[in-house]
Design a protein around this ligand. Structure first.
Ligand SMILES: Cc1cc2nc3c(=O)[nH]c(=O)nc-3n(C[C@H](O)[C@H](O)[C@H](O)COP(=O)(O)OP(=O)(O)OC[C@H]3O[C@@H](n4cnc5c(N)ncnc54)[C@H](O)[C@@H]3O)c2cc1C
Length: 340
């Protein structure tokens, strides 16, 4: 099987970690009898990037490093990716599911007459074909499947393979000329507007997921709510521990009901059956009672702890490895002091 590892560079011309992960998976797939590997790289400094992975065992290195693809742009990236798929003659294309490729590869696959599947978590050779795996229905059903269609593009989820490591060298990459038309160049990226890193509360790469429940907004033992103090404690902890923030549904729903709540929390933070199921090494849930956040939202958290005032909180007891029966306001302020 002819395999193409389709990668892109980042602004400084290096390959992102996600690209190296895919390269490792592609190099492993090449190990099947009759397997051959080409590496295709799009973006600024593509030829130099090819040299950094020269030792990956690929027979060919193809690049589109023209100035036109220095900036990620749907039209030019799509044309470049389609050209690389065609030039390589690949039957199987594996690519990292980065924002850049998630945007352009479905279009590129269409132009190259290929089928594409996204969110692939593994691909292994079996009986002359490839078995791919992905989750369906919000990570409740794990599906294994293969396709007869060729080329077949697999857009891989990140963080699942160890990044490729090996010798650099002279890859002798071949630059592929792509004919962009004027319409491809209509869009120009003039900059990026993003929240400051510290303001970003959803951090898929963080070691810890901190889950806040509606208890933070409830009347406390003095009969009052303490929402500003809750916000300061939670944000202080997220900052100090570089943790990602999850929320119960009740907490994020308060906002749409017009009640005073934590203003840095949105529905994007919700974990659970109707929220997300993020993957982190550890989880700490606070003031959270719900079944869905504990049973579903935490499914992929390896080590789970909870802080709850209620010793009979059944879901915290049933799903956490350790439950601290205590006041989360006190626990978190002590924790923040220790982290300081
Ligand atoms: C179809 C369906 C889908 C749903 N999907 C989701 C989902 O995806 N995600 C989700 O989260 N929910 C979901 N829910 C809602 C879910 O059932 C619960 O209602 C919700 O999770 C409860 O939120 P909570 O635990 O934050 O609030 P509460 O149930 O109000 O619990 C608050 C907790 O805070 C504790 N507490 C209060 N003060 C303190 C303190 N000072 N220190 C420590 N602990 C304190 C209390 O003891 C209590 O246990 C869904 C429900 C349905 C019907």
């Amino acid at each position: 099987m002819k395999i193409l590892a389709l990668l892109h560079t980042q602004e400084d011309g290096s390959l992102p970690k996600a690209a190296l992960e895919v390269l490792a998976a592609a190099a492993a797939l090449k190990g099947q009898p009759g397997g051959s590997l080409a590496v295709g790289i799009i973006g600024q400094g593509a030829a130099g990037a090819a040299d950094t992975v020269a030792g990956c065992g690929a027979e060919r290195f193809l690049t589109v490093g023209a100035e036109t693809v220095a900036q990620p742009r749907y039209a030019t990236d799509t044309a470049a990716a389609a050209a690389l798929i065609k030039e390589s003659g690949a039957e199987l294309v594996v690519a990292p599911g980065t924002a850049r490729f998630a945007r352009c590869l479905p279009g590129a696959a269409h132009r190259a007459g290929a089928q594409i599947d996204t969110h692939i978590i593994s691909a292994r050779a079996e009986g002359g074909n490839v078995q791919a795996q992905r989750w369906f229905y919000r990570q409740r059903i794990l599906g294994s499947f293969s396709r007869a269609a060729r080329p077949w593009v697999l857009l891989a989820d990140t963080g699942l393979n160890a990044p490729w490591q090996g010798a650099a060298g002279a890859a002798g990459a071949k630059e592929i000329a792509v004919s962009f038309d004027d319409a491809d160049l209509r869009t120009s990226v003039i900059g990026t507007r993003a929240p400051a890193a510290a303001a970003q509360t959803i951090k898929p790469d963080a070691a810890l997921l901190f889950v806040a429940g509606a208890g933070w907004t409830k009347k406390q033992k003095d009969g009052q709510t303490h929402i500003a103090a809750a916000g300061a404690l939670i944000q202080g902890f997220l900052h100090k521990a570089n943790a990602s923030l999850g929320s119960s549904k009740s907490l994020v729903d308060l906002q749409s009901e017009g009640q005073e709540t934590l203003n840095f929390m949105t529905h994007m933070n919700q974990v659970g059956q109707t929220g997300s199921t993020p993957r982190h090494a550890k989880g700490l849930s606070t003031c959270c009672h719900g079944e869905e956040p504990h049973a579903v939202g935490w499914r992929f958290i390896n080590e789970r702890r909870a802080v709850n005032l209620d010793p009979n909180c059944g879901w915290a007891q049933g799903k956490a490895d350790v439950v601290y029966v205590g006041d989360a306001f006190e626990v978190m302020s002590k924790l923040n002091a220790l982290l300081s």
